[in-house]
Design a binder for this molecule. Structure first.
Ligand code: SAH
Length: 259
């Protein structure tokens, strides 16, 4: 797969025609650097003349040919700009209780494949890992790499927002125009499919998933207060990561572009 992330290719200003010649002369060439460069050069062994696709992380794709390989970057001459058609038609944000070990990586990888636009991890009352600022920054950096790998693999071109919040309350505020749902294994009557039938709100869907230990009563109460509807995913208690991935699939099936 010859797709590479080159984040500094600017987005086309609104109203400008597509194609590099239509907007700015100096973006007819772009550079692939860092891990992406190493992947291009050392793993795929590409060189001058090879065709590649670049994406800028903001929804645009560029087709072109490698012009030269330098010490730490490849120069690509852009021949065509295209809008990526593999993005999710619904804006989905996951609020995920911080989980242990490599599970955040798993959740990011799968959620990106399933079209997520934002993943915000919060330290829940019953969360095992506790992150200080420095650890959160390091983790966010690693998760961004995982997200880029997933974008390359599944053909998307939009980088998700990845963030950390120190507490549950910080994560659940400010989602006024979203359809708000909270996955809660204690919910016995309201099923996710009933809520999704009501459709998406203007800004999309925001979905709370608890950590390994589940949401506390206080967190469920706070979520309700903020307008989140607790919903069940069925009779089986799923692991947090399974619940997140399953919910993303259900959303895309019911309201998005899967199935
Ligand atoms: N409290 C439980 C398990 C938590 S499961 C315990 O320790 O036994 C982790 C998270 O996955 C939950 O907070 C919830 O958000 C989600 N989840 C798992 N199974 C679910 C189900 N059947 N319905 C809705 N949410 C579920």
């Amino acid at each position: 797969m010859r797709r590479f992330f080159a984040g500094d290719i600017p987005s086309r200003p609104a109203g400008w025609p597509a194609g590099p010649a239509g907007w700015k002369e100096d973006v007819q060439c772009a550079e692939v650097r860092g891990d992406e460069f190493r992947h291009l050069k050392n793993v795929l062994r590409l060189g001058p003349g090879d065709e590649v696709t670049l994406f800028n992380g903001r929804g645009l794709e560029f087709e072109g040919k490698i012009e030269s390989i330098g010490r730490d970057f490849a120069r690509v001459r852009i021949e065509r700009e295209t809008v990526c058609r593999r993005e999710s038609p619904i804006n989905v944000v996951l609020l995920q209780g911080l989980v242990k070990g490599g599970k955040p990586e798993l959740i990011v990888q799968k959620a990106v494949e399933l079209g997520v636009n934002g993943i915000i991890f919060y330290t829940a009352e019953r969360a095992v890992p506790k992150f200080d600022k420095e650890r959160a920054e390091k983790k966010a950096e690693r998760l961004m790499k995982v997200a880029i790998g997933a974008l390359k693999q599944c053909g998307r071109a939009m980088l998700p927002e990845i963030g950390f919040r120190a507490g549950f309350n910080e994560a659940v505020g400010g989602w006024e125009d979203f359809l708000k749902i909270a996955l809660y294994e204690g919910e016995k009557t309201r099923r996710i499919k009933d809520v999704l039938k009501a459709g998406v709100r203007k800004d999309g869907i925001v979905i709370i998933v608890g950590p390994e230990g589940g949401l506390s009563d206080a967190e469920v109460a706070e979520a309700r207060k903020r307008g989140f509807m607790p919903v069940s995913l069925g009779p089986r208690i799923l692991r947090a990561e399974t619940a997140a991935i399953a919910a993303m699939g259900i959303l895309q099936y019911e309201l998005g572009d899967m199935g």
